[in-house]
Design a binder for this molecule. Structure first.
Ligand SMILES: CC(C)(COP(=O)(O)OP(=O)(O)OC[C@H]1O[C@@H](n2cnc3c(N)ncnc32)[C@H](O)[C@@H]1OP(=O)(O)O)[C@@H](O)C(=O)NCCC(=O)NCCS
Length: 162
């Protein structure tokens, strides 16, 4: 697939709005209660997110069209990873795994980063399979809003085996 990435910019917020307001997509990816946004609310929310010094956000493009986003949030020597592809027609074609591998290898090249982790609903089997293919392993289970979640992690040492 012909994909690329670039840093997320405020001009992308209207595209994100469609994904935020898609209740089915929300409950695939989230344990938080669904709450629709207005464009103004989401614009303010992302203005604040893009001002954070410990986080970086990217959009994924396929054939120049924004179809998803990625987040990397630094916490000490770890990085929290998140990914969302908004166009369901692109699921299960290997894109998520390729993009995840790209970002984890980049993050693990940072000298001070020792591990990357994420949280995923245990019923999100497609995402779990994608993360496993990219090298993540389940390290913990927890509940968020009564939804069972896995914490998955990849560390610098085990990633050298990939
Ligand atoms: C999660 C996501 C990023 C994965 O990207 P993707 O491009 O669909 O993933 P890939 O195609 O690389 O890998 C998905 C794998 O899961 C498999 N899969 C799909 N549905 C499945 C299911 N119900 N059960 C088990 N495996 C499943 C696919 O066959 C594929 O595995 P394979 O290559 O061995 O055949 C993307 O689907 C997405 O953004 N989904 C909606 C939002 C979301 O869930 N975000 C993650 C929140 S933690």
């Amino acid at each position: 697939m012909n994909w690329s990435v670039r840093e997320l910019e405020m001009k992308d917020v209207p595209i994100l709005l469609d994904w935020y307001n898609n209740e089915d997509l929300h409950y695939i990816a989230n344990a938080k209660k669904f709450k629709p946004y207005t464009l103004d609310q989401l614009t303010n929310y992302w203005r604040e997110k893009l001002s954070r010094s410990n986080a970086k956000y990217y959009v994924i493009l396929v054939d120049e069209r924004v179809i998803g986003r990625v987040g990397l949030k630094k916490k000490g020597n770890s990085v929290e990873f998140s990914i969302l592809i908004g166009d369901a027609a692109l699921y299960s074609k290997g894109l998520g795994t390729e993009v995840t591998r790209y970002f984890i290898s980049g993050a693990l090249r940072e000298p001070d980063v020792t591990s990357i982790y994420l949280g995923v609903r245990v019923d999100n089997l497609r995402a779990i399979r994608c993360y496993e293919k990219a090298g993540f392993q389940v390290t913990n289970e927890f509940y968020e809003n009564h939804i069972k979640m896995y914490e998955m992690e990849i560390d610098k040492i085990s990633s050298t085996d990939l």
